[in-house]
Design a protein around this ligand. Structure first.
Ligand code: COA
Length: 399
């Protein structure tokens, strides 16, 4: 028995929810200026509120699409803005928000939900699993000498913030997003980027690479310089390239930015080949990495059927404690996915399924950790091959 209710918020309640969410992250409330940007991030009808005598918790989402292994795209509810007031935590408010939200996402026919988690212990119980991983690194600029055979790259053009706000969404849409988990950036995503850029303490710069066919990549960065005589760090905020020439051209540009000692790039693909550009491979130092996108298969049969596979069939027995209709046995093969009553090769919870779905973790690794129960070694080997992806999954769109 709960002593609170969860419902969709009216537009006149949205600012209170945004400020509640910010307070749970220890961030000051919106100003009138930042609210004018923030309210454009809200897809109508998609912000939930939990109430007892007043608003005590919130969660929202917006729709996007995600690339899947094999190249198809599928609908995704991008979940964000999740917070419960600190005097009302640990009494099931988030649980009720998540249950309501997942039921709603399922009813709207979206096969996936995804989020970026503030902490690693919260979301697995709602069926989310770590589906992509990232790498952070630093480059000592003066040590990073380009190898002579590195392609020259094309022209690099700087865009002001206003120009970037106008043109970057179209450039982003025009670039291919080949990695599994790369997602579209709908109009509800860009105001967050704008707010971040406008509130930054140093200028946010967009540099666009022009190849023979036109713009084919961009980097967004800022340089933090605390004092004129102290080392400065260039932070790569976003980098996306459609060609090798754009990748090398933009790195050539970044290395040429004056008054910079260190270039820092966070949440990058685990296999980004930046050190291959330099005479000294150790000019690049890994500084961290970890979980990136947390994925939830909301419609398990649709999600399993939407990605491509290579290899031999496997029968999975999936348990979903939140969306019970997903529980059951599925025969997964390159020829398709269907429910079956055949004996399962692997038994797993829906959060573990999310961890193998985009290839971030091999099923045998999860089996070793007790997260997957295999009835045969051959079933595990087949599952390892079936779920592998040629390119590591990576989202790259923080929301
Ligand atoms: C994370 C947060 C939303 C959880 O809300 P909540 O209402 O306390 O969550 P619930 O009471 O429904 O908890 C459900 C379960 O998750 C556990 N849990 C929830 N948040 C947890 C946390 N931060 N650390 C450890 N366990 C947590 C609870 O102990 C509970 O476990 P149980 O089912 O075994 O009893 C809330 O603590 C919060 O707003 N934190 C700060 C902002 C934040 O991190 N937001 C998430 C952004 S991605």
């Amino acid at each position: 028995m709960t002593d609170y209710t969860v419902r969709t918020l009216r537009p006149d309640e949205h600012r209170a929810a945004a400020d509640l969410f910010r307070s749970t992250l220890h961030v000051v409330p919106t100003t009138d200026d930042s609210w004018r940007i923030t309210e454009r991030m809200l897809q109508p009808g998609r912000t939930l509120g939990a109430f007892d005598t007043e608003l005590i918790g919130t969660a929202r989402s917006f729709d996007a699409e995600m690339t899947l292994p094999g190249g198809a795209r599928a609908g995704l509810a991008a979940v964000t803005g999740v917070g419960v007031r600190p005097d009302r935590t640990r009494r099931g408010v988030l649980t009720e928000l998540m249950r309501t939200q997942l039921t709603d996402i399922a009813a709207r026919g979206l096969p996936f939900a995804a989020l970026w988690a503030s902490e690693g212990v919260i979301y697995h119980r709602f069926g989310y699993g770590v589906a992509t991983r990232s790498r952070s690194y630093e480059i000592q600029r003066r040590r990073a000498v380009l190898r002579p055979e590195v392609p020259a790259g094309g022209q690099v053009e700087l865009w002001s913030l206003d120009t970037a706000l106008e043109r970057l969404p179209a450039l982003y849409d025009a670039l291919p997003h080949p990695r599994p988990a790369m997602m579209t950036r709908p109009p509800y995503w860009w105001p967050g980027w704008e707010r971040h850029a406008r509130e930054a303490t140093s200028p946010v710069v967009t540099a666009v690479h022009h190849g023979s066919e036109g713009p084919d990549g961009y980097v967004v960065y800022k340089v933090e310089r605390k004092h004129w005589s102290e080392p400065a760090t260039l932070d790569v905020i976003g980098l996306e390239t459609a060609t090798d020439e754009a990748f090398t051209g933009l790195w050539r540009y970044l290395l040429g930015v004056d008054l910079v000692d260190t270039i820092r790039a966070d949440e990058r693909p685990v296999d980004e080949p930046v050190e291959l550009l330099f005479t000294d491979i150790r000019a690049v130092r890994d500084t961290g990495g970890g979980d990136e996108l947390w994925l939830r298969l909301v419609d398990v049969p649709a999600a399993l059927g939407a990605r491509g596979y290579t290899g031999e069939p496997v029968v999975l027995e999936v348990a979903d404690p939140v969306l019970a209709a997903n529980s059951g046995r599925y025969r997964v093969s390159p020829d398709g996915v269907h429910r079956t009553d055949k004996t399962a090769d692997l038994r797993l919870d829906v959060d573990a399924l999310a961890m193998i779905y985009l290839g971030a973790w091999r099923p045998s690794l999860l089996a070793g950790a007790g997260r997957i129960r295999a009835t045969s070694a051959s079933g595990l080997e087949r599952a390892d091959r079936l779920f592998t992806t040629p390119v590591p999954a990576w989202c790259g769109t923080h929301f």
